[in-house]
Ligand binder design. Sequence first.
Ligand code: 5GP
Length: 263
Amino acid sequence: MNKGSKLYEGKAKIIYETKDKNLVIQHFKDDATAFNNLKKANVEGKGVLNNRISEFIYTNLSQCGIKTHLIRRLNMREQLIRKAEIFPIEFIVRNIATGSLTKRLGISEGTILENPLLEYCYKKDELNDPLISKEHIYSFGWATKNELEIIDKTSLRINDLLTGMFRAVGIKLVDFKIEYGKAWNKDTEKSEIVLADEISPDTCRLWDAKTEKKLDKDRFRKDLGNIVQAYQEVAKRLGIMPEETNISEVNFGKTIPIKFKKK
Ligand code: 5GP
């Protein structure tokens, strides 16, 4: 699949067009950002690992009936995906209280939530992705009631499937962020809601089940070091590693700070 011109560049990924108007290429970069771009670094090897981990997760979810944008992984950094009109909402699912939830509501760190908690944030960097309610979503036409019902149900199902997948390899799925879009289905000739973006240690909180060691982007956010080693640990436990690479020969794990401004 030939790569056309760049359609969009985000913090961690680039989207390129292809000759097919319904398909695009998603390229995973090594850039890591946190605190709305205030902290930035280049984490060598992160893009390769996220591409592979996200492909593995989307393939498994798809086998369980979840509609996703993934067609196939093309190479170490790229996936062929369905072009989707992304809802301007980050959908967050939480199983254990941490991060912004504990800060916002004073809930004790590590509290196990009786039921998974769904939250919505408006995808707007300039506003720091603020928390919103269903009423905001309906008022501003960001999704319809019917669309949100489908998305909520799908998000809870994804949480069940991923919780089981990670528990089987000794990892607690603490919380995660997902995105959805509307993509064209050429068989039904209708657009349908699909899971978009990525699911990787960049977008989830993953704790070792025994030690609660963080195996996710919090290693970068909190300056805990060994970011790539933690992502590799997740890939290893899931039984996947970038097969085209002899990982021991690649200088994974080097973190090159780009810029760090205090808030
Ligand atoms: P929190 O709201 O506690 O900061 O994040 C909740 C979960 O959503 C965490 O797993 C976090 O990684 C993910 N998340 C929230 N916002 C973003 C975002 O803008 N980018 C990424 N990569 N993950 C996010």
